[in-house]
Design a binder for this molecule. Structure first.
Ligand code: ATP
Ligand code: PRP
Ligand code: MG
Length: 285
């Protein structure tokens, strides 16, 4: 069986469970269930704190895991990213009270509060800045007002939390992050587990593609086909069939969800009609 570490709490937990469930794996019944054996799929899921997942995977007790790249960096565990998972997108940034922003050099001697101590220390060391890192478990945005730090380094997604605390970011992002499926470097598995991992990766890729792409169908006068096909090249090539009306063709292709409306407009202008968009339920690429 392949052993997979899955986040049990926090921002990663629900999207990770949803992704695995869409990929055909069993969902746990309650948040109290810590281990789940999914016999038909040959996997054992361990629900662990996202911060600990790098430790388990790094030590080899679990084969692969899902966590955030920032947490992985903070764990200082040697890891190999198998697949970025397209959720929990965030940046990791310094922030200070509005008006107190500074450049990286201006951090010398400052007290920096963070839950990602190693990530911050490694970044400071890389840039030759000496500062005091204050470790806090969470809600670090409050630490400046409460007097334990001069600046913070934390996860920023929308920036809402920072704004509400009257803080603003400064300097370049320390890193950008998203959830990833990862293993330890040069993972060796028996044939059975190796095949299960291949299937897992193929299935998850399928879910990501199904989320990011739609199918587009349209009719086009055959003389205008080349122009339209150039707008919808698809992955390999679009499917073109004859319409039961002389001089017309029907085309089917995959298009990125984010570009759907621009593509439909461009197709219409290129002479396409009956342009239909359909969601992809599942796929194997
Ligand atoms: N608001 C958010 N938007 C996007 N990604 C986020 C957000 N908050 C956290 N993350 C990402 O989720 C991962 C786990 O962070 P999370 O906050 O869930 O862990 P934690 O702080 O240890 O747990 P908890 O918040 O439950 O104490 C990190 O990779 C982080 O970048
Ligand atoms: O930029 P935003 O969209 O506001 O999101 C970022 C916030 O989300 C996370 O907090 P979380 O809810 O995990 O609380 P924590 O600080 O206790 O970890 C993170 O630590 C930031 O505080
Ligand atoms: Mg958090």
């Amino acid at each position: 069986m392949l052993r997979i570490a899955v986040p049990n709490k926090g921002a990663l937990s629900e999207p990770a469970a949803a992704l695995l469930s869409e990929a055909g794996y069993r969902r746990r019944g309650t948040a109290k269930e810590l281990v789940l054996v999914d016999e038909p799929n040959n996997v054992e899921l361990f629900f662990l704190r996202p911060r600990d997942i790098a430790v388990y995977v790094g030590s080899g007790t679990v084969d692969v895991g899902i966590t955030g790249q920032d947490m992985l960096a903070d764990s200082r565990t040697a890891a190999e990213v198998i697949l970025p998972l397209g959720f929990a997108h965030s940046t990791f940034r310094f922030a200070a009270q509005a008006g107190e922003e500074r450049d990286l050099g201006g951090l010398a001697g400052a007290r920096i509060a963070t839950s990602y101590e190693n990530l911050v220390e490694d970044h400071l060391a890389e840039h030759g800045v000496e500062a005091t890192v204050v470790h806090l478990d969470g809600a670090v945005e409050s630490s400046i007002r409460l007097g334990v730090a001069d600046v913070i380094a934390d996860v920023v997604e929308t920036g809402t939390t920072l704004r509400q605390a009257g803080l603003s970011v400064f300097g370049d992002p320390i890193m950008t992050s998203q959830a990833v499926l990862f293993s330890r470097p040069e993972l060796t598995l028996d044939d059975d587990a190796a095949h299960t991992l291949e299937v897992l990766v193929r299935r998850v890729r399928g879910v990501l593609v199904a989320r990011e792409y739609v199918l587009i169908d349209y009719d086009i006068p055959t003389e205008k086909l080349e122009g339209a096909v150039a707008v919808t090249p698809g992955f390999e090539a679009p499917t073109v069939s004859e319409l039961h009306r002389s001089g017309w063709s029907a085309v089917r292709s995959m298009v990125a969800v984010s570009e759907t409306n621009q593509v439909m407009d461009a197709l219409y202008e290129a002479g396409a009609r009956a342009i239909l968009v359909t969601a992809i339920q599942a796929c194997r690429m």
